[in-house]
Design a protein around this ligand. Structure first.
Ligand code: ADP
Length: 264
């Protein structure tokens, strides 16, 4: 569409004419998507619009009926490419008997520290320290993972995916389990990681008002990418209104930090 979009910068994600039917329903009906490497973008859409299905295609968990996915300039998702990616799910159902502390949970995610339970924790901390600092989980290291709040667990999961130094980070509804006051800080942390590391970040959300401040580009999904552009452009687009109707959260131009207003 616009000239910047057609520039020759390498793509972290390229999806072409992707079709997926589930239970006889056409869920993805020709998705075309190109996400430039190094950007922080949002993939939005109401419930049922195919976000999870598209994510599953990007992770190689769902085989498309037709069309193609090419990641990190290499090819379709496979073991080699998945190692270069991080994925943070919406929720992780943990049994309360899950015994690991945050430190242990993080240590087993890193090949170098995976079998280091017998080592002094300060040796483990030295190796985990960069990602732990970035996601502000230092104070949580001795806590059991199963006892964390939703927001704390999200930070730990992102921290754990950073340990593998991903080039592409996919975050599914990143604030689903985070209480409202925690949301702004949470996006700040991710935005800071994005700035520092220069990796590509894809935020998947049903709610644009949560992501518009940090995403440089927004892709609106409804079986197809029905609209894309800068957050302000997308929210003002008539096609988006038609595709999503009144259920979609409107763009709130002056709301940052204005408490007490629901802005509908
Ligand atoms: P989103 O993540 O945007 O809420 P999904 O990708 O989960 O959307 O689902 C898109 C549509 O596909 C929904 O209408 C859902 O009911 C349908 N769907 C998802 N999984 C299946 C399945 N296994 N069989 C049949 N329909 C499915």
């Amino acid at each position: 569409m616009d000239i910047a979009f057609r520039s020759q910068k390498p793509a972290a994600v390229e999806v072409q004419d992707l079709h997926v039917r589930l239970g006889g329903n056409p869920v993805l009906r020709g998705v075309n998507l190109r996400i430039e490497a190094g950007r922080m973008v949002a993939l939005i859409g109401p419930n049922g619009s195919g976000k999870t299905t598209l994510l599953r295609c990007l992770l190689g968990l769902q085989k498309p009926d037709s069309g193609s996915v090419r990641l990190l300039q290499e090819g379709p998702p496979g073991p080699g490419i998945l190692k270069r990616m991080g994925y943070v799910p919406q929720r992780l159902q943990l049994d309360p008997s899950f015994m690991l502390t945050v430190r242990e949970f993080l240590a087993i995610r890193r090949p170098l520290t995976a079998s280091w339970f017998w080592r002094p924790s300060r040796q483990i901390d030295a190796l985990l320290h960069e990602a732990v600092g970035e996601m502000d989980v230092t104070r949580l290291l001795d806590r059991p993972v199963a006892g964390l709040s939703g927001g704390q667990l999200q930070r730990v999961l992102i921290c754990s995916s950073l340990l593998n130094e991903p080039e592409l980070l996919l975050l599914d509804e990143p604030t689903a389990g985070v209480d409202t006051p925690g949301e702004a800080d949470f996006y700040e942390l991710i935005a800071e990681v994005h700035r520092r590391r220069g990796l590509t970040v894809v935020l998947v959300s049903h709610d644009l008002s949560m992501v518009y401040r940090h995403a440089s580009r927004v892709y609106a999904l409804n079986g197809v990418i029905c609209c894309e552009g800068a957050p302000e452009e997308v929210m003002n687009a008539e096609s988006l209104r038609q595709a999503y109707g009144i259920h979609f959260t409107p763009y709130q131009h002056q709301h940052p930090h204005s408490h007490g207003s629901h802005g509908h």
